[in-house]
Design a protein around this ligand. Structure first.
Ligand code: AMP
Ligand code: GLY
Length: 426
């Protein structure tokens, strides 16, 4: 069969890499893709929200299945558009993707169906939101309701910061329409984990627990990013917790969405805060995590294509997924300056020469070709991803590859995976 992956980041590179290994697949296309993806798929220069051109391409090439990576096209209704055209697509409908597209929808759903989450208040009036910040005990969290490219969550350490956050969203429209309504939420402490499950709207097929590293600097310091590294499986999520997350979060959410008339088909991503064997949902996303997808897909033994295909046809097989032994760690190398301002178009001297091995794959995110030169084209640039029999082995293997490919223009954290080591010592 022929598969089109929509997107052009590290997550989509890992999806193309994994999908291309399926004996069922003859060709993989990626729109728009990136320089690294062109090693594993034929890249086509179509933007992720240009639904007309994407559907035309799918028809021209007789593509059998389209797999959507990022949230933006899902929240804008790519699935509804493709289904109307009679095309098979993996990813939730616009109404179901509201779970990520509106924090207010998602918090209200959790409250209505008793899914554990932090206390919160919803505002569409700035005066009332400001009055709330004056009452809240810091720290607390201000969130833009809509999609804000991962930047719409502000942790406020004082009431003044809370007021600034509300004004930036509701008065200065820092996130455009996304910030016309806000959620003010209690600050939760603990360790974060990412939990994913495939679902056809009725049943779920859980993946392994994983952990992202959001802040830019070692020791979880500095501003949040899209994710500076990830590993799987995450020992923080014990077998007992895993079963409870399935029973108390994943299954109830899929059922709740069905009851609301918004049947959710695709991959459901729960961002969790875990503390003292209890957990609360920080957010839901309607897609794979980036960079969590990189280690998860490298460790996945099962063929992913039958899972994606069957969900798009509403008939998922619930045989458990098979995983390789050991661990996998992904270290993200980002442009110097990210998540603030950074230069694009900087030449990468070594990344182009990296030869993937059975244990290490360098997934590309913000890379492009300029004539024959490999250059940076985004904040997160590479995701060096290594398997190992132990967490130590996967960490040292990934960092050996990072060191051998280090470039002046790229920065990275040196402590990815350390939290897993600490869990084992407990
Ligand atoms: P979200 O997009 O809602 O997951 O938020 C992005 C990040 O902000 C999360 O991964 C957490 O690190 C942090 N965050 C969000 N909500 C809270 C909260 N209620 N308490 C503490 N940290 C939070
Ligand atoms: N790794 C965080 C995200 O994909 O949203």
């Amino acid at each position: 069969m022929k598969v089109l992956v929509v997107g052009g980041g590290g997550r989509e590179h890992a999806l193309c890499w994994k999908i291309g290994q399926s004996p069922l697949v003859k060709s993989v296309y990626c729109a728009p893709g990136n320089a690294g993806i062109s090693r594993h798929a034929e890249c086509v220069d179509i933007g992720v929200t240009d639904f007309d051109s994407l559907a035309r391409f799918v028809k021209e090439k007789s593509v059998d299945l389209t797999v959507v990576g990022p949230e933006q096209p899902l929240c804008e209704g790519i699935t509804d558009f493709f289904e109307k055209e009679g095309l098979l697509v993996f990813g939730p409908s616009k109404a179901a993707a509201e779970l990520e597209g509106s924090k207010i929808f998602s918090k209200n759903l959790m409250k209505k169906y008793g899914i554990p989450t932090g206390e919160y208040f919803v505002f569409s009036d700035m005066g009332q939101a400001l009055a709330k910040t004056a009452e809240m005990e810091p720290p607390f969290v201000v969130k833009a309701d809509g999609l804000a490219a991962g930047k719409g969550v502000i942790i406020c350490r004082s009431r003044e910061e809370g007021e600034d956050a509300v004004r930036s969203m509701m008065e200065q429209a820092a996130f455009g329409q996304a910030g016309t309504k806000v959620v003010i939420e209690e600050f939760l402490t603990g360790e974060e984990a990412s939990f994913f499950a495939f679902t056809d709207g009725k049943n779920i097929l859980p993946l392994e627990p994983s952990q992202d590293h959001k802040p830019i600097f070692d020791g979880d310091r500095g501003p949040n990013t899209g994710g500076m590294g990830a590993y799987a499986p995450a020992p923080l999520v014990t077998d007992e917790l895993r079963l409870r997350i399935i029973d108390e979060v994943m299954i109830p959410t899929v059922r709740a969405m069905k009851s609301e008339g918004r049947t959710y088909r695709g991959i459901l991503y729960a961002g969790l805060m875990i503390k003292d064997k209890s957990f609360k949902v920080l957010e839901f996303n309607c897609r794979f995590g980036d960079p969590e997808a990189q280690p998860l897909l490298m460790r996945m033994e099962s063929d992913i294509v039958p899972v994606l295909y069957s969900i798009s046809r509403e008939e998922m097989n619930t045989d458990p997924l098979q995983w390789k032994d050991g661990f996998c760690v992904c270290v993200v190398m980002a442009s110097d300056g990210y998540p603030g301002n950074y230069d694009k178009g900087v030449e990468l001297k070594k990344a182009g020469d990296f030869e993937d091995t059975a244990e290490t794959v360098v997934f590309h995110a913000g890379t492009a070709f300029s004539r024959d030169r490999l250059i940076t084209s985004g904040g997160r640039v590479l995701g060096v991803t290594s398997l190992g029999a132990t967490i130590e082995e996967s960490i040292s293997r990934a960092y050996r590859a990072v060191d051998s490919g280090s470039e002046q223009c790229l920065i990275y954290r040196t402590d990815i995976g350390k939290k897993a080591l600490q869990e084992f010592k407990k």
